[in-house]
Write a protein that binds this ligand. Structure first.
Ligand SMILES: C[S@@+](CC[C@H](N)C(=O)[O-])C[C@H]1O[C@@H](n2cnc3c(N)ncnc32)[C@H](O)[C@@H]1O
Length: 262
């Protein structure tokens, strides 16, 4: 035992194995999933500017430099939370405090809260970068943006929606079933690109009939972050699946089906 082991109060099986803990963990997992679901629905309205009260182009009037700094800080907070908490070393450390069955749900909850904070505090930058006047083209762009969201959702189901958002783990724990280790998969769309979920986000963020400076900042920074996220994720996937993932990288492109290098 290390010195740290003596100081840490491990959440052991005597607690996590009890029936009441299993039920609380399950209800917590469902709640985290519902918060995530509402957050994603809000995200669609926030980016497309439809239905929701506060969008990417509305909010407190703020001087440009201040608005850019606040928005960058909000996106950085999300990116750091999302990337750091997804790493194996971080998971190994914090499951000393957070019981393993609710680790994914807690990650999902924190990511949703970081996003809700971003939607709430986002400052508009109303300067128009482009505005598509042609109504057919404008409708096509909105449709494309929704198609991006459909691609995101469909791909989460292909890879394992319920495991990705923690429900699988808390359900297995409730019924006393071991959650199997992650498996390498290449279902349907994953045979065309390695990251259809991220491709869906990029399409959803960029396909806009009216692109303001604020929206452009959001689309550009999130796209940059997606590339960083892909590098980190693929590093972990190679460590996890070894040659199987290396060969997959040779065979299937990253984001653009017909461009092997991307
Ligand atoms: C938010 S999902 C994004 C998946 C993928 N990058 C995409 O854009 O469709 C991230 C999780 O999917 C897992 N993952 C990514 N590709 C995978 C694959 N081919 N098979 C199994 N798991 C995968 C990663 O390990 C990570 O836990």
């Amino acid at each position: 035992m290390t010195q740290l082991d003596h100081q840490v109060h491990y959440v052991g099986p005597e607690i996590t194995g009890s029936r009441i803990f299993k039920l609380i963990a399950f209800l917590y997992g469902i709640s985290a999933y519902l918060v995530f679901f509402v957050t994603v629905l809000y995200a669609i309205g926030f980016v497309t500017g439809l239905v929701v009260p506060k969008t990417i182009d509305t909010g407190t009037d703020t001087p440009t430099v201040e608005a850019v700094i606040i928005n960058l800080l909000l996106m950085t907070l999300f990116a750091v939370q999302h990337s750091v908490m997804a790493r194996q070393q971080f998971k190994a450390w914090w499951t000393q405090f957070v019981p393993k069955p609710v680790e994914r749900s807690t990650y999902v909850l924190f990511a949703s809260l970081a996003l809700l904070l971003l939607f709430w505090q986002w400052r508009p930058l109303p300067a128009v970068i482009w505005n598509v006047e042609n109504p057919d083209l404008a409708v096509t762009l909105v449709t494309l943006s929704f198609a991006g969201w459909v691609l995101v959702f469909t791909s989460t189901y292909l890879i394992n929606h319920f495991e990705l958002f923690g429900l699988h783990q808390v359900t297995n724990h409730l019924i006393g079933k071991e959650t199997p280790p992650p498996r390498f998969k290449t279902p349907l769309l994953y045979n065309f690109v390695r990251h259809p979920i991220y491709l869906g986000f990029i399409i959803a963020f960029w396909a806009a009939p009216t692109m303001t400076a604020g929206h452009l900042l959001f689309a550009a920074v999130t796209t940059l972050y997606i590339f960083v996220g892909i590098a980190l994720e693929e590093h972990d996937l190679v460590a996890l699946f070894g040659d199987e993932y290396r060969q997959y990288k040779q065979r299937v492109s990253m984001l653009i089906p017909w461009r092997r290098s991307l």
